[in-house]
Design a protein around this ligand. Sequence first.
Ligand code: SAH
Length: 395
Amino acid sequence: MSAVITLHPGRDKSLRRHHPWIFASAVSEVKGKARSGDTVDVLDSEGQWLARGAYSPDSQIRVRVWTFDQSQVIDNGFFIQAIEQARMVRQPVIEQSQCNGYRLVAGESDNLPGITIDVYGDVIVCQLLSAGAEKHRKKIVWALSKCFADATIVERSDVAVREKEGLQQLTQILHGESPEPVVIRENGINIKVDVLQGHKTGFYLDQRDNRLAVAQYCKDKDVLNCFSYTGTFSLYALVHGAKHVTNLDVSDVALRTAEENLALNNIDAQRCTQINADVFEKLREYRDQQRQFDVIVLDPPKFVDSKASLNRASRGYKDINMLALQLLKPNGILCTFSCSGLMSADLFQKIVADAALDAKRQVRILQKLTQAKDHPILASYPEGFYLKGLICHVS
Ligand code: SAH
């Protein structure tokens, strides 16, 4: 028998709108034994059945919903069904971008809370971030091996958020042989992905569409790619005719991979300079040297990890945007991003507007960008929206 969670009166509203989280403060009673990750039934204060989800005693998000269908059992078949559904959602993306690297499962947006699954050719990388995901690891691996015969399955659950769920960080091979770094292909471009050592699951798939959008502004231009990681914005820019690109990142490994990526795409290494430096410092140095660029890409890591850090993060975003604006030639293009889910698109746009005032530059937004289509946003879970980008003309 599953344990049963009863909610306080009035705390059923978001659940009735199929939002998949139940906060600890909404729970009035737990009947039966519920351990970390166990499947529990959730009732409203009148005893009416609402949902079935995974219990997480250590997290403020006490239950993450697996299903709003009372007849649904959380078994192997449930995971197969969810993965097949997710795969269907990705089909148009795979065709449009001609890619073999894509996000197959984006957690809550695919009805699999706390589970991220990325596909890189024959290698599948999972992040299991919640107590429920942890509990069902075997079923998830089984379902993946059924849906993707012959794939190697790797777990990259080496992420700090697991600790909020009372789970340890870990990296392991779940199925098949230990993988070599893979080369994926998207929009005609080859990209090396190190699934074991790379950031997150190895690569930032969410910028795929934006790399193509940004590349349209780069023909014959001198481009600065800040927070370049393995230099994929640069590859797109160079393939689309950029004169020269400078990659800026603090990770030596990432910059070395960026060099390998040039070779994988038959691009002359002379067209791309790798600089290992802190962006905040290097942009100031360029400003003091009066160095200028035609196009600047700013794709920093997540600066906001809690509401409390929003102000400090906003200052960080403003700082780099102001500096970048100062380095742009007249008629320059700024491509600026924020992947912090807690920062709204409105606030981000205001920060760029403030930066423009301080830099004494006029900025016109040409395009608003978002995460790639394999990172869809479930209508009932707006928190799934996190990546915002602006392509700006700067005069
Ligand atoms: N634009 C990349 C993804 C960026 S991820 C892409 O398209 O794939 C963020 C990157 O910023 C990481 O590679 C990290 O090493 C780098 N980074 C973080 N802080 C930095 C800093 N202060 N200066 C330079 N690079 C930084």
